[in-house]
Each structure stands twice: as C-alpha cells, then as structure tokens.
Design a protein. Structure first.
Length: 365
C-alpha cells in the first residue's frame, strides 16, 4: 500500500515538473500563429521575471554577436492570433540579462547599452508574388479596373526608392497548365507598373481558369525563393497575393491538392486572396488566403480591396525587426541568458534566448 502511494506521488511530481518547467529549457517554442507553424526559435521567459500573460509573440528568426560586445536579434512580432505588429521603436523594448551570478534577470539600460532598431536589409529579403487571373471573364469585363487596382497595390507595397531586399514579381494565369511570368522579381516600382500597363485583352489564349494550378505553382515559386535566401545566408519572407473573379474551371488540379500545398508550405510564406464578383467561392478563397482575404462585390470596389490587402502585406513586411544593443557582459562570463520584452500600448510579450560573450570587451557602440 505504501509502495502504491509512493508511486502515485512520484508520477504526480513528474507531471508537475513537466508542466511547470521554466524558460531555461532547451526546447524551442512552437509559436503556432496564423501560418500554422513555428516562425522562430526562442524560449518562454523565466517565471522569475513575473511579466504576466503575453499578448504579443516575439519569434526569433536569427541572432548573432559582433565584437567588441554587440548582441543582434532578428525577430518578428505578432499578436496572439497572428496579426503582424509593425512600426515598433527601440523605446518599446526592454532588455533583461541573467549571468552566472544572478538568481534572476537584471534590466539593462536601453540608453547606456545603445539599444536600437537597425536596418535589416543585409540579413532579410522580403518578396511579393502578385498572381492575377487573366481568364476571359476578367479580360472582357474588368481589365481596366484590375490594372488600376494593381497599379495602386504596387504603389502602396513597393518602396518609392528601390531596395534590393524588397522585391515583387507579377504572374498571371488563365486555363493553361502554366503560370505565366509577366515581370520577374524587381525592386523597381516603375518596371512593375509598366508591366501592368502592357496587359491587353489578347494576352490569353485559353478562356478557362486554372485557379488551383496557379496556387500550387506560385507556392512552389515562393518556396524556392525562401530556399535560395537560406542558401545565401539570408532570412526570407514571401507574400503570395492571388486575385480571381471565379472558381477553378480547368479541373486540372483538385481543391485538396491546392489547399494541401498552402497548408504545408514554409511558415514564412503569407497567403492573401482577393475575390471579385458573385461567381467566386468565398469559402475556398478564404482557405487559399489563409493570412487574409477580401472580396469586391463589383469592379468599382476592386481598387479598395487591393488597397486593403496592400496594407496587410506591408504590415507583414514591417513586423520584422533587427534589435541590437551593447551588452555589459565581458569575456569570461560564458553563456548568458537574455530576455527581450516589447510593449505596445496595453499589450506586451517577451522571448528568452542565450548568447556567448567570449571575447567581449568595452568599446561597443
């Protein structure tokens, strides 16, 4: 009887340890936000900080140190349901460090540590794939409205001054088993607008709509872009924006194949859908545009819906931050715990990581 009681107590004790284990564990956090996958690496913050419930998610994409003593962390900020949080400033971040002699974390002065949000273009590429339905129904009834709406979209999303780290490509589809390239990836806003202006009513040879094929092929292209970035030591994020005024008519690929491709894609690919008219299937488009989807009842509303999506695409791109500061830790301190908290109005969130201070000295700025 005593043995049974002891075993029961031991099991409960083990469960409690697993449940309440704190942020010093080596396991990565599964942030599981709207793209249905882990966007970054990090640990939950140690309970000794007593920061309370998190309303914001900081998902670390990469981190590195630079002599004589700079710590750089590249991460994305989202709310708990996956909406991006752009426009944060260095003043909204609080740094905590825990060295070998610290029971808990100490706050590091942002001013004394020269904390700042730095340009992330050297380590981050953001691309947008604009995928347009140019089947017969669009070409015959709403082409001019589409050209005006996409021009506005390009103006809103692309920086006025071209940056190689922020590019867009334009593709189009009809009934053929091909995702046609209208303009390759470029940082030039003018080049993209000129490509849109070049679209004519005779561009297509197949009046049908291969929507599912376009979704599958554009997702493959987005995945290749991310792989290329990774191979070049660059972190990548891609937005796929699909416009259509109807449903899949070609029946070459199935709905199941298209949605499987979207749902199993890299978590740094965001999907947006824009639908026009009464012949669209809003339920399917919402699944394709799992990050965000909008619908225009008529062609006069098209520019408004494109502008809506352009705002969300821009927010996604601007929710990535390269946060840098000069640590007071010095050579010989070994591995140190680091926690970063961000506050945005009444919302807050934090993430914990580690850094190695080997070789660190004074003189960091």
């Amino acid at each position: 009887m005593k043995m049974k009681t002891y075993l029961k107590f031991l099991c409960l004790h083990c469960v409690a340890i697993l449940f309440f284990s704190c942020g010093n564990a080596d396991d990565d956090v599964n942030f599981d936000i709207n793209q249905a996958g882990s966007l970054g690496l990090g640990n939950p913050v140690d309970e000794c900080l007593d920061l309370g419930e998190s309303d914001l998610v900081l998902s670390i994409q990469d981190q590195f140190t630079t002599l004589p003593g700079k710590v750089s962390i590249f991460f994305k900020v989202s709310d708990n349901i996956g909406n991006p949080v752009p426009g944060l400033t260095a003043e909204q971040f609080t740094i905590y460090e825990q060295g070998r002699n610290d029971e808990c974390f100490n706050t590091i002065s942002a001013s004394e540590s020269f904390a700042r949000i730095s340009p992330n273009s050297q380590i981050f590429n953001n691309s947008t794939l604009l995928v347009l339905d140019l089947s017969n129904s669009v070409l015959s009834s709403s082409l001019e409205e589409l050209k005006s709406a996409t021009t506005s979209f390009i103006n809103n999303v692309m920086p006025a001054v071209g940056e190689d780290s922020f590019q867009m490509a334009i593709y189009w589809f009809d009934g053929e088993d091909d995702l046609h390239l209208l303009n390759p990836l470029t940082a030039s806003r003018d080049e993209l607008i000129a490509a849109i202006a070049s679209i004519t009513t005779t561009i297509s040879n197949d009046p049908s709509t291969d929507l599912y094929g376009a979704v599958i092929k554009s997702t493959n292209i987005a995945s290749e872009l991310l792989n290329d970035s990774t191979n070049n030591g660059i972190i990548g994020a891609t937005s796929v924006v699909v416009f259509t005024d109807g449903t899949d008519q070609a029946s070459r690929y199935s709905e199941e194949e298209a949605l499987k491709k979207v749902n199993e894609s890299n978590s740094n690919i965001s999907f947006f859908a824009i639908g026009l008219g009464s012949e669209i299937d809003t339920e399917i488009l919402m699944k394709i545009g799992k990050t965000s989807s909008v619908f225009a009842g008529n062609k006069e509303e098209l520019e408004t819906t494109f502008n809506d999506i352009s705002s969300r695409v821009t927010e996604q791109a601007n929710s990535f931050y390269l946060f840098e500061y000069c640590t007071p830790k010095r050579d010989g301190s070994g591995e140190n715990n680091l926690a970063i908290q961000v506050s945005d109005g009444s919302l807050q969130g934090a993430v914990q990581s580690k850094f190695e201070a080997t070789g660190f000295t004074g003189g960091c700025q």
